[in-house]
Design a protein around this ligand. Structure first.
Ligand SMILES: Cc1ncc(COP(=O)(O)O)c(C=O)c1O
Length: 457
């Protein structure tokens, strides 16, 4: 689908309209677009993106959202309910991440607008932590598989990012991490799990190293936090990655992913209030009054916060365990489906997000396999370095029959790739390594421009 599929179907608004349109008319148009756009996820063919997919759950959250959609939580005196929701969301997430293991029960947190903000804030905090210790040229060490929001934060805040290599099992190589640390290193990063391969870095070892070097460790559970946290209780061998490890100083987990809330919320937890304090912003001496905010956002919608809270208390531990159980089971079945094809191989040992590629012996292009899958409406995510794809399992993928359809289409996809050896894949162009970084950057800048512009007249 192109960027402007509606240019032909609806009038393009190029100037501020003189007169308003009837609400019913607008709603009809909105409903048409939203229904069509949502249809692929109902089939269970989308990797990631739609985490709950339970229509009744969404309807309930939308009702909750409606009560506070207009509320600005910056005005706490008007909306003390936001303080209740926020405090309770943080308490529930801290409990899920075993915050009680920390002596003195000091784990605390903030609610942010999403994973990116939950990764950028700790970078700022650790830069400030370094400043207090005389470090003016801070660096942070993270595995190459960590999310680009860290690169973005480092870019915004003037922090040097050092990127460690991965082992053959696609997790942080501890030797590489250790070799990059110096006296200006303020923090290490690990993920549970990583976006590309869905894997859990050796967090216990990162924790020990952070303690040994007296530096901080952020565990990025933005994607995996709210699903992996239930793995232990479900009997899966998920290693400990939370506050039970003494070197973990902060963690992120997105309520708008496997927390099943609405888009626009994430939880960022700190081991101590002293760390959290470093991200607060307080501006005295402004004619507009004393300005304070806990994080990057100014005004924030009370609706999103209320919906995140409602999602958590309506499902409870029991509800999350049940959905996570289905996700773990489906991911294991997907692993089996991939492994049943000798031309394919799974990267590492995933629990919920299954990355796979073609074997070297097969000589097949994984992007050609992905082309075929896309023609069958599967939306997998393309990876690079090495070329691969992943299927991040969410609740809609756990419906009966999805794995069976996937397995059958995947076998056909391999046959399709075999028939086309040597031809260029459509889906992998960006990842095929034929572009220079400059070409890729120029291409993506063009794309970003286009996503914020009108279709050509
Ligand atoms: C591991 C990980 N961290 C952080 C993020 C960033 O989250 P967001 O897109 O909500 O900013 C993602 C997004 O997929 C992720 O997979």
């Amino acid at each position: 689908m192109g960027l402007y599929p509606y240019a032909e179907r609806f009038p393009v608004v190029r100037d501020f309209p003189e007169h308003g349109r009837p609400r019913a008319d607008i709603l009809r148009e909105i409903e048409m677009m939203a229904t069509e756009e949502d249809s692929p996820y109902h089939e269970g063919k989308i990797s990631g993106s739609i985490y709950s997919g339970d229509e009744a759950h969404y309807e309930f959250l939308n009702e909750v959202f409606g009560h506070y959609s207009h509320a600005n939580v910056l005005q706490r005196d008007m909306y003390p309910s936001a303080t209740r929701f926020e405090g309770e969301i943080i308490a529930m997430t801290a409990d899920m991440m075993h915050g009680s293991a920390v002596e003195g029960g000091t784990v605390c947190g903030v609610l942010t607008s999403g994973g990116t903000e939950s990764l950028m804030n700790p970078l700022l905090v650790y830069r400030e932590w370094g400043r207090e210790r005389g470090i003016t040229n801070p660096n942070i060490v993270m595995p190459v598989s960590a999310h680009p929001a860290f690169n973005k934060g480092a870019h915004y805040f003037g922090i040097e990012l050092r990127r460690a290599t991965l082992t053959d099992a696609y997790v942080a190589d501890m030797e590489s991490v250790a070799s990059l640390i110096d006296e200006n290193t303020v923090a290490l990063i690990g993920s549970a799990g990583t976006y590309p391969h869905g894997l859990i870095d050796p967090i216990a070892e990162l924790s020990a190293l952070a303690l040994e070097r007296s530096i901080n460790l952020h565990v990025d559970g933005c994607l995996g936090g709210f699903v992996l946290a239930w793995g232990e209780d479900l009997g899966y061998p998920v290693p400990v990655f939370d506050f039970r490890l003494p070197g973990v100083t902060s963690m992120s987990a997105d309520t708008h992913k496997y927390g099943f809330g609405l888009k626009g919320s994430s939880v960022l937890l700190y081991r101590t209030p002293e760390l959290r304090r470093l991200q607060y912003f307080i501006q005295p001496g402004w004619p507009g009054g004393l300005y304070t905010s806990p994080g990057m956002s100014g005004s924030r919608s009370g609706g999103i916060i209320a919906a995140a809270w409602a999602s958590m208390v309506s499902l409870g531990r029991e509800g999350y365990l049940a959905i996570a159980g289905d996700i773990f089971r489906t991911a294991a079945e997907l692993v089996q489906a991939v492994q049943a094809l000798p031309e394919l191989t799974v990267l590492g040992e995933p629990f919920f997000n299954v990355a796979f590629t073609t074997t070297a012996e097969s000589g097949l292009d994984i992007y050609l396999v992905n082309d075929y899958m896309a023609s069958k409406r599967w939306r997998l995510n393309g990876l690079q370095l090495p070329p691969a794809v992943h299927f991040c399992v969410t609740r809609p993928n756990t419906q009966p029959g999805v794995v069976e359809r996937f397995a059958a289409d995947l076998a056909d996809g391999v046959a399709y790739a075999r028939e086309r050896v040597g031809t260029a894949a459509r889906s992998g162009a960006l990842y095929a390594g034929t572009m220079t970084d400059q070409q890729a950057e120029a291409g993506m800048a063009w794309w970003l421009d286009a996503t914020q512009a009108l279709p050509p007249a």
